[in-house]
Design a protein around this ligand. Structure first.
Ligand SMILES: Cc1ncc(COP(=O)(O)O)c(C=O)c1O
Ligand SMILES: C[C@@H](O)[C@H](N)C(=O)O
Length: 372
């Protein structure tokens, strides 16, 4: 029996719980393209109410949730969206808003806390008087929590301020809320209040909440009607999705209350990593379930460290050529965190002492990486 891996690659790696599997097996289903799947209808209505919006739409992934949302807001040729230069939409979604949607990105630098400077956002809004030359700004996108900024939370005050700017300029606001529940828990702000200023939010069910598949888009009824058509256009119209919505319902019910533990364990992990002198870890900046650390010793590369850890059944992914990311989720226990720390300490010692022993390990991407 292979020991269970301590999988810190991402919060996307969780396996469905027995309760989710049971709910999937017994789900009441019908054809969702025909609008008839009762479990999907119930789940979408519950998610809309939870998020404080009129309507909701289940989609297969967070990437599709963001793409559909941007396309629904920017449905006129020549549209431009203001978004962070380190945002998931801009960095990790294959440029889909442009390649598929023909929407032009106008990036603004993300600050280390995941925000974009308010004045830089305003500066980025195109002057309509220049319509002969410029794209037309139609949307601002935020990301909360911010994945590339260490899982940082955007405050409700900041979100409301960006919402005011959008409204005063006749723009819409979308929040990539892949981890919005993590932000809500970390900030102690009800999730519906946190996203009040947004016209649309994409919420990943398959991250910290632990559902096997899916995201949900929330917004006005009119917006969701447009989103539903775009989902079908993109091939995301699915049939008996009650099977997936049933699991997602269990995920939201059972795991929202566990997110605070993920955040606590992330802090414990960061404090432990901080004791390793070859690492640079800003443990004070850990706000949610992500821990990023830089490797300061040239004898240790992120890829080699992840490969050596993999040999000890600890899975992680390089975040860059000099950093590694650990992501906590509800299937990582306190003892798993301690085991991972022990393995990291041993891996560092091994790599420092017997670097040659690991020469066979290439500095290429591990099998579990996005090719950073
Ligand atoms: C912030 C953020 N947005 C969107 C996504 C996309 O979600 P998916 O992987 O389900 O397409 C991810 C990660 O996957 C993410 O971290
Ligand atoms: C990398 C990214 O696509 C994914 N959302 C993750 O955080 O693991």
């Amino acid at each position: 029996m292979v020991a269970k891996a301590v999988d810190l690659r991402s919060d996307t790696v969780t396996k469905p719980s027995d309760a989710m599997r049971s709910a999937m097996a017994s789900a009441d289903v019908d054809d969702d393209v025909l609008g008839a799947d009762p479990t999907a209808r119930r789940f979408e209505a519950e998610m809309a109410a939870l998020m404080g919006k009129e309507a909701a739409l289940f989609v297969p992934s967070g990437t599709m949730a963001n793409l559909v949302s941007v396309l629904a807001h920017c449905d006129v040729r020549g549209s431009e969206v203001i978004l962070g230069d380190a945002s998931h939409i801009h960095v990790y979604e294959n440029g889909g808003i442009s390649t598929i949607g023909g929407v032009h990105p106008k990036t603004v630098p993300n600050n280390p806390d995941g925000t974009m400077d308010i004045d830089r956002i305003v500066e980025a809004i195109r002057d309509r008087a220049g319509a002969l030359l410029y794209p037309t700004t139609r949307l601002i996108c935020l990301e909360n929590t911010h994945a590339n900024c260490g899982g940082k939370c955007l405050s409700v005050e900041y979100t409301d301020k960006v919402g005011e700017i959008a409204k005063s300029h006749g723009l819409k606001l979308h929040i990539d809320g892949a981890r919005i529940f993590n932000a809500s828990v970390a900030l102690g702000v009800p999730v519906d209040r946190l996203v009040k200023a947004a016209d649309s939010v994409s919420v990943c069910l398959s991250k910290g909440l632990g559902a096997p598949v899916g995201s949900v888009i929330v917004g006005s009824k009119a917006f969701i009607d447009k989103a539903k058509i775009l989902r079908k256009t993109l091939g995301g119209g699915m049939r008996q999705i009650g099977v997936l919505c049933a699991a997602a319902y269990v995920a939201v019910r059972d795991n929202r209350g566990k997110l605070a533990d993920d955040h606590r364990r992330a802090k414990v992990l960061a404090e432990g990593l901080k004791k390793i002198k070859q690492f640079s870890v800003d443990s004070a900046s850990v706000e949610t379930n992500m821990v990023f650390f830089d490797i300061m010793d040239p004898r240790i590369s992120p890829h080699r460290l992840c490969q050596v850890l993999e040999q000890r059944n600890v899975l992680a992914m390089p975040a860059s050529s000099k950093s590694v990311r650990f992501v906590l989720h509800y299937q990582i226990s306190d003892s798993d965190v301690q085991y991972a720390l022990t393995c990291v300490e041993k891996a560092v010692d091994d790599l420092l002492k017997g670097g040659a022993k690991f020469e066979h390990l290439t500095n290429g991407t591990t099998k579990n990486s996005y090719g950073h």
